[in-house]
Write a protein that binds this ligand. Structure first.
Ligand SMILES: Cc1cc2nc3c(=O)[nH]c(=O)nc-3n(C[C@H](O)[C@H](O)[C@H](O)COP(=O)(O)O)c2cc1C
Length: 173
C-alpha cells in the first residue's frame, strides 16, 4: 500500500570504515522502493532532525560500543528523538552469528534504545578488510576475521518491516 500522507524518514549512521554507511544506504534504498520519503546521512552531517518523523540510527561497533559521534548525536538530539519513531541498528560481528541468531544490543546501545523508547534494534554482521588500519584490526586479521559478514537480504527484510509499520501508521493517521 502506498502511504497517503508525508512521513519523512532519516537514516543516520556512524561508520569509521564504510561498511555501516553501505548498510544505511541499503536501508534507504529499500525504504524508497516501499514509497517512504527517506534521506540517508552520516550523523556528522545532520545539524537538525526536526524535519523528520522517523529516525533510523545505526553505527559500527568498536570495543563493544558505538563510536563517540553516534553517542553525541543521541545526546544532542535526545528531545526530538523521544518524540519521533526510532529504530536502531548496530553492525559488528565478524562471523556468521548475526544471520544465525538474534544478537542483542550491547549494553550501552540497549540503554539508548530504552531511553528513546525505540521500536527495535538489530545487530547486523560487519566487514573487515585488509586495509582496515590499527592494532586491533591487525589482531583481528591474524584471527582470520577478514571478510564481509553483512547479509543484504537480512538488511532489506528489516527495512521492509519498518516500511510496513510506517505505512500502517500513515494510512491510519
Ligand atoms: C578496532 C576494531 C574493534 C572492533 N570491535 C568490535 C566489537 O566490539 N564488537 C563487534 O561486534 N565488532 C567489532 N569490530 C568489527 C566492526 O564493528 C566491523 O568491522 C564493522 O563493520 C565496522 O563498521 P564500519 O565499517 O561502519 O566502521 C571491531 C573492528 C575493529 C577494526
Amino acid at each position: 500500500m502506498t502511504p497517503t500522507k508525508s512521513q519523512r524518514t532519516l537514516v543516520a549512521y556512524s561508520s569509521k570504515n564504510g561498511s555501516t554507511a553501505e548498510i544505511a544506504r541499503l536501508i534507504g534504498e529499500t525504504l524508497h522502493e516501499q514509497h517512504i520519503d527517506v534521506e540517508v546521512a552520516p550523523v556528522s552531517d545532520v545539524p537538525s532532525i526536526a524535519a523528520y518523523d522517523t529516525v533510523i540510527l545505526g553505527a559500527g561497533l568498536y570495543a563493544g560500543h558505538w563510536p563517540g559521534e553516534a553517542i553525541r548525536f543521541v545526546r544532542h538530539h535526545r528531545q526530538a528523538l523521544t518524540e519521533q519513531e526510532v529504530w536502531l541498528f548496530s553492525s559488528g560481528p565478524l562471523d556468521g552469528s548475526a544471520t544465525e541468531r538474534t544478537i542483542p544490543a550491547v549494553p550501552s546501545v540497549a540503554r539508548i534504545a530504552a531511553k528513546l523508547d525505540a521500536h527495535g534494534h538489530v545487530t547486523f554482521g560487519g566487514r573487515l578488510t585488509d586495509g582496515t588500519r590499527g592494532f586491533i584490526a591487525r589482531r583481528l586479521r591474524k584471527q582470520g576475521k577478514v571478510g564481509d559478514f553483512r547479509d543484504r537480504e537480512q538488511i532489506r527484510a528489516w527495512a521492509r518491516d519498518i516500511a510496513s509499520e510506517l505505512t500502517t501508521v500513515i494510512t491510519q493517521a
